[in-house]
Design a protein around this ligand. Structure first.
Ligand code: AMP
Length: 146
């Protein structure tokens, strides 16, 4: 059984591990789906945050959400990409973290999400915490046990 000598690892604040907001690819709610697909494709990510013009977190958009939105009965209706907006398609109910949260909370949530958005208490976007970063941190501490 894994046992840490102290609970410091789990009590570490997440802010030391986030990818800062200015390095995170994002779109705005009013952007059309064509723009969103372009940003997703160019960045190489399947999902990115949706932020308003004041950098407030509004939701999350992914390539599958876009494909689903333009799927007609018999074909993919690519012409819809230009007319439909990100806000019509994005998910608004994703869990997120706030700046004072600890590693322990993040670990539980990252089981089901490859990354989590981090906001301040007012909802202003600060960055993202990825499953990869948390696993790397955890792996480092597990290595110390042997
Ligand atoms: P990774 O663990 O680096 O593969 O990242 C997991 C997920 O986090 C990616 O698939 C993206 O959805 C998101 N992500 C990671 N880095 C960025 C970034 N710089 N900008 C936007 N989204 C990102």
């Amino acid at each position: 059984m894994i046992s840490f000598e102290s609970k410091d690892v789990l009590n570490t604040k997440i802010m030391d591990y986030i990818i800062p907001g200015e390095k995170v690819a994002h779109v705005q709610p009013g952007n059309n789906l064509e723009h969103a697909l372009l940003v997703l494709t160019k960045s190489g990510y399947t999902a990115i945050p949706v932020l308003d013009e004041k950098f407030k977190l509004e939701g999350l958009i992914s390539s599958p959400m876009i494909t689903e939105a333009i799927l007609g009965l018999e074909r993919i209706e690519f012409e819809k990409l230009e007319d439909m907006r990100v806000e019509e398609v994005m998910s608004k109910d994703q869990p997120h973290l706030t700046v004072n949260d600890h590693f322990r909370k993040a670990l539980g949530l990252l089981i089901n999400h490859p990354f989590l958005c981090v906001t301040d208490e007012e909802g202003a976007f600060q960055g993202i915490l990825t499953r990869r970063v948390i696993l790397k941190h955890l792996n480092y501490h597990v290595d110390q046990l042997s």
